[in-house]
Design a protein around this ligand. Structure first.
Ligand SMILES: Cc1ncc(COP(=O)(O)O)c(C=O)c1O
Length: 396
């Protein structure tokens, strides 16, 4: 169970989460427990433990160890839910719930801005299983969304903001329409870790790639699926265990270690991200900075209404006359930004997004585009690096 207390401040919370009830012989941290077999006193005790597999019973390694349960308690509390299932990756945290709620002949609604591998899963495996996906414009209004719901629609999937194009979704309005029609509302809330409370906004199942800010050190791949309602919990837990979903206790232990410093890292990186975003927004080569927390940026009003903070991942759209080749030369000449996917680690990253975003119902970004993740470096150094790199930009 989540050991969240609304009376405690967020940082106090992060310091204590997942530590209650874990037998650690007096040591501060929950122990790293590796294992497959769990020994029981007798056959009846084993049968009894099996019956409680929805309740953190120690049955078999695949069903969780004290290390998994400590992390699950902590993530459930951070997300504002009650129960959490750790899975092997952020992508598994997306595919497990989709498989939990969808079957042959059914239909799901997915935003056009969705993380690419989520789209790939819908277009390949879900299609093969007889599930149809409709991609919708991510900034769709509630009435238009209602028009897309069919008798066989079971899932509304949300990802806000889109992790490449940063459209903000009106989660409460869309979730209300979907729930009124009996759909399960699934949300990839990785960008909103700690700053968006999904269950207060109508979400049924919240997805986190722990690989990002929870891990925080670019050294693990892990995912979490969190619920608030017991019926949704049973569905998720049953799907994960049926699929044999597992994560290494070592990675869970690293994630527990990472989350203790989530508060300070996120504050520092969010502030640094906004500093760099403001510098970029003032450059004549830049048409638009896609950072929901930046005043004037697309979706800022929704961010201000629903979020109480931000992370440090955002996009930039260059002026249409800037050539894609020169933008890539600019990114390649950065000395302090690694060229790489993922985000949420301690290091700054950059990635061209032009040509990588697949869409079917919404227009492309209006110019060459890139994504930046701001790490824990000094912002003055990052800005100086960008300044030297910008000299590579050329107009057609
Ligand atoms: C928004 C979003 N969701 C999910 C994932 C998947 O996480 P993982 O790499 O742990 O599978 C990513 C990874 O980049 C992501 O950006």
């Amino acid at each position: 169970m989540a050991d969240a207390s609304d009376r405690l401040g967020r940082d106090t919370h992060l310091t204590h989460l997942g530590r209650a009830g874990v037998r650690a012989e007096g040591f501060v941290n929950p122990p790293l427990v590796r294992g497959s077999t769990v020994l029981h006193a007798d056959c009846a005790a084993r049968t009894e433990a099996g019956r409680k597999r929805f309740d953190q019973a120690l049955v078999y390694g695949l069903l969780g160890t004290p290390t998994h349960f400590a992390l699950e308690d902590a993530i459930a509390a951070i997300e504002g839910g009650t129960r959490c299932q750790i899975v092997s990756s952020g992508l598994a945290a997306i595919t497990v719930p989709l498989l939990a709620y969808l079957g042959a002949g059914e239909h799901c609604l997915v935003p056009d801005s969705v993380y690419g591998p989520s789209r790939h899963f819908c277009d390949t495996m879900l299609r093969r299983l007889g599930v149809e996906t409709t991609y919708y414009v991510p900034t769709i209004g509630a009435d238009a969304l209602a028009g897309l719901i069919r008798p066989e629609t079971r899932v509304l999937f949300l990802e806000s903001p889109g992790s490449h194009s940063f459209e903000m979704q009106d989660v409460p309005a869309l979730a209300a329409v979907a729930r009124a029609r009996g759909l399960a509302v699934l949300m990839d809330n990785t960008w909103g870790i700690q700053t968006f409370q999904p269950f207060r906004h109508g979400v049924d199942v919240s997805i986190q790639a722990l690989t990002k800010y929870i891990g925080g050190h670019s050294d693990l791949v892990l995912g979490a699926v969190t619920t608030a309602d017991p019926a949704h919990w049973e569905r998720i837990r049953a799907a994960a265990t049926t699929l044999g979903q597992y994560a290494s206790p070592d990675d869970c232990w690293l994630a527990l270690r990472g989350l203790r410093t989530l508060g300070v890292r996120l504050r520092q990186q969010a502030a640094a991200g906004l500093t760099v975003a403001r510098w970029l927004a003032a450059r004549p080569e830049v048409q638009q900075v896609l950072h929901p927390a930046l005043p004037g940026a697309p979706g800022h009003d929704i961010w201000r209404r629903d979020y109480d903070g931000a992370c440090s991942l955002f996009g930039v759209v260059f002026q249409p006359e800037i050539t894609v080749e020169s933008m890539i030369a600019m990114l390649d000449s950065l000395a302090l930004f690694g060229i790489g996917a993922s985000w949420g680690g301690f290091e700054s990253l950059a990635l061209p997004t032009t040509g990588t975003i697949r869409r079917s119902v919404s227009p492309p970004l209006p110019g060459p585009a890139a994504r930046f993740h701001i790490g824990l470096e000094d912002t003055a150094d990052l800005i100086a690096d960008l300044e030297q790199a910008f000299s590579r930009l050329r107009s057609r």
